[in-house]
Design a protein around this ligand. Sequence first.
Ligand code: DGJ
Length: 730
Amino acid sequence: MISYSEKTHIFNLETEKNLYYIEIYKGKHIRHLYWGTKIETLQNDFDNIEQDKPFVVNISPKNTVFLETLPLEIGFTGKGDFRHPTVDIENITGIPFLTLGYKSHKITKGKPVVEQFPQGRYKKGDKVETLLITLQDENSEVEIDLIYSVYYDYNIITRSIKVKNLSQSNLTLNTLLSFNIDMPLNHNDENLQLITLEGNWARERHIQQQEIKNGKSVISSNRGSSSHIFNPFCAVTYPSTTEHTGEIWGFSLIYSGNYQMCVEKTHTDIVRISGGINPETFIWILEPQESFTTPEAVLVYSNSGVNGMSNTFHKFFRERLIPQQFANRERPILINNWESTYFDFDHDKIVNIAKKASEVGIELFVLDDGWFGARDGDKKGLGNWVVNREKLRKGLEGLAEEINSHYMEFGLWVEPEMANPDADILKQHPDWLLGSCSDDPSMGRNQYVLDLANPEVVDWLIETFTEIFRKANITYVKWDMNRYLTETYSKYLPAHKKRETSHRYVLGLYRLMDTLVTQFPHILFEGCSGGGGRFDPGLIYYMPQYWTSDNTDAMARLKIQYGTSLVYPIITMGSHVSACPNHQLERTTPIEARLNAAMSGNLGFELDLNLTDPEELKIVKNGINFYKKHRKLIQLGEFYRLLSPFKGDQTSWMFIDSSKTELLLFWFLDKADIKYTRQLLKLPYVDPNSSYIDKETNKTYSGSELINRGFRLPLMNKDYASGVIYLTKI
Ligand code: DGJ
């Protein structure tokens, strides 16, 4: 898996399908050589990359290395590498740069664990090895470990960096990213492309593809959470790469706070990709003998197109990132009362919604915002985590019991990180607020953010929510977070450490989640942040599913789910059927389209079925039965995107099991057009040597026909038409 040649000084990081080669160059620099499909031998003929030209700087008079043109695995300022730095560290003398050189390396089985911090999991028996390359600064007692873990079977390499302060004085970490890779890619006359996931509230993770031009393209968050605006993911690819063919390099960061991903194309045509904690909002004081480990980045190479990259991420995230007890567990169909009641509910109204839901086969009821304190709107109540008896006369226990008596599980909404100004806890501890250093801290949705950089606040939250989760028979929790962070300075921290607040907030959040998730392993936690505002790998490490978006319009959802699926497995996406006209877009779409869109994830409902038209209710009931039959395939099968809503009015995707015995094909139309009537859609992933049958109609199709000629879609001559077909091998 990982080998090192004393002769060539080359490390070979090998996964089942790919290779990643790096080298100790001239005894000192960690040079990137190759990352891609397996090759037999590597001609180490890269010396000509170094160019001794005017204005290129030698690292020292004795050492003719031109850092700027060398493909490196870590970049640092001050010694002639003028590109985006991976580290920027100052020592007591105020000298703002390091001169890093190779000191030693170690290859071990398995993987080191960073406590209470999200990371790719290692299970005993996994084919995983770790390479740790230690670099030493020439002028100070600073050591840096480049950490690579290779998941052989998953075709995944994870990377992180650890800084050790071995000196007697403080170090200031100004920049410390998680990875850097300089790819001397062969363009073959193609202009490389950058794929990112951009968005906004109710429009999350839309695919953006652009040409990589000379200079830097940066995506980042400085909002305290990974945010709706960009996801901590990017990919580099060729224009000729399709969903199903061609090369792509994907990067995802297991982190929920301020991050940065930078893609830089230099004047020598090397593409440098780096990512980690956003240096804009980060300065860390590293005291003597302390160390700091960055979040982990997940690196994926695929030569089977964008979908190939997605499948690699999906498998790894489902099997080695989310909590293990949920990796293979089918998710319940739920109903949530948010859009049907907002804050206006009481015990009887809730039971009434739940009873009807149970009749059609829904398995879990989720009580959303408004069950505590004086929470009749969003101005009051947050932080007063005491049940509102005026609304819930039997308390949470009584409500849960009654819901359980209707054969449904009970779930609860919480927003632990926030407080409204009327929160008792803020009266007792006015300094527990983020921004309490300023006279007039900003508000978002009428609420303040608690200072999770303060361990006392985290302890209080652990105590409060442990009690609540114990109180009633709660098997699901929706964990919301409804504003971005501002004035991110913790009163708890001394002046010289105030700039550590953003990262310490995230560390506090992870300790809080880690403790609760460990204490309540039977609870299915769903992350949420005004919909999909913190849908990132750091969060799903603790919460195996996420509320994908507040936008429940079926057509808007297609783009959101399609984009999300670039990185995140289907089983992590909560997707609900809501009432029409839709509350976000006021659009009316047929119930079939709403069901088909929501069934393409973890199915849920967000409406009062007592108010649903009887004909539609029959369709809902059938849809639920259909979903139950095929839930395993949807949630645990492989997912393939076939028609992109970003390219036209049609969307299609399919689910198929790994042995290709059964498949579900979904299609959707936005605006009808005569050109969309009865099209042929190729299904490249079926078994070419088998035949498939649609048992509803007894129609059969040969695999080779489906692959080469395609499946004839039914007539779609209406806006928002949609359909699904289930085929099994004969
Ligand atoms: C935002 C969430 O995304 C919604 O689903 C709902 O839970 C509200 N918050 C409640 O305040």
